[in-house]
Design a protein around this ligand. Structure first.
Ligand code: HEM
Length: 251
């Protein structure tokens, strides 16, 4: 069957509206997540305070979820989406992608550093699944950023090497992002369990609902971001159609 200009327009419009809806829902759930984590940190400050903690320690305790959720997760999600919405050259997209991922990584490192500031010292907290996953996640993210920087931004690399590495870059990027979401979920669960068992926080309290909604928001957000990232781009579909069109014409 010969594909007409009308077919291209229909497919192009469907792809664009599909991507725009995914971007819209990703931003909406991202906004909800940001509002919920800020609200939790401001309205339930006492949950982050313990008798042995000073005012400065409270700031570090509150900064950890804020930096990890807004700085690390939301920014790295936005960096993943850059290739889906930012107009302009490939070079510009790569530059924005690299910068956003760099800021996200800095927030991640700073967010973990806040946990080293307690009285108990560096190794004292490294007993939990959350802390182990967090270390693996930020280390992978750092390695991925360095490799990405050298292969995509550094002009010295050969093009064939860059093309061969691209699928691994995409896989590792999405895997690390999913790991960051899973780590945040374990952090929320750990904190909430601590509050419910040690501080007698009622299971149906407003704070429990806020934390549960935050966890749900993160799960939704990651779904939209990953789906937008793996959905075929408009240009890929256009090329495939052109290819099948030429095949039809030549046969
Ligand atoms: C991508 C997101 C996150 C990463 C990579 C991460 C990473 C880490 C790491 C590496 C530690 C251990 C630091 C130390 O013990 O000195 C830690 C501790 C902690 N985190 Fe997170 N975190 C994340 C999100 C969250 C969130 C959203 C919360 C919610 C409150 C949270 C709560 C905690 C708590 C209570 C601790 C101290 C207890 C423990 O070590 O398990 N984290 N985090």
């Amino acid at each position: 069957m010969l594909l007409t200009q009308q077919h291209y327009t229909i497919v192009a419009m469907a792809t664009l509206s599909h991507t725009s809806s995914l971007l819209f829902f990703a931003r909406l759930s991202g906004l909800a997540v940001a509002v919920l984590v800020v609200f939790w940190a401001l309205a339930f400050k006492s949950s982050f305070l313990s008798p042995s903690l000073s005012q400065q320690d409270l700031i570090y305790a509150v900064l950890h979820p804020l930096l990890m959720v807004i700085g690390f997760i939301l920014l790295s999600g936005e960096a993943i989406l850059v290739h889906r919405w930012l107009p302009g050259s490939r070079g510009l997209k790569k530059l924005v992608h690299l910068w956003l991922q760099g800021v996200a990584l800095s927030c991640g490192i700073f967010g973990i550093w806040t946990k080293f500031q307690g009285n108990d010292g560096i190794v004292a907290n490294f007993f939990s699944l959350h802390s182990w996953m967090g270390l693996v996640c930020v280390s992978l993210f750092g390695a991925q950023w360095l490799i990405g920087f050298m292969n995509f931004w550094h002009r010295g690399e050969v093009r064939t090497v860059r093309i061969r590495i691209l699928p691994w870059h995409v896989f590792l990027g999405l895997y690390t992002y999913a790991l960051a979401i899973a780590t945040a979920e374990t952090g929320l669960l750990e904190k909430l369990t601590f509050l419910q068992t040690k501080r007698n926080l009622p299971r149906h309290s407003t704070e429990s609902m806020v934390v549960n909604s935050l966890g749900l928001g993160l799960a939704l957000l990651s779904g939209f971001v990953i789906l937008a990232a793996v959905s075929p781009k408009y240009h890929t579909i256009q090329n495939k159609l052109l290819y099948s069109d030429t095949k039809c014409l030549s046969s």
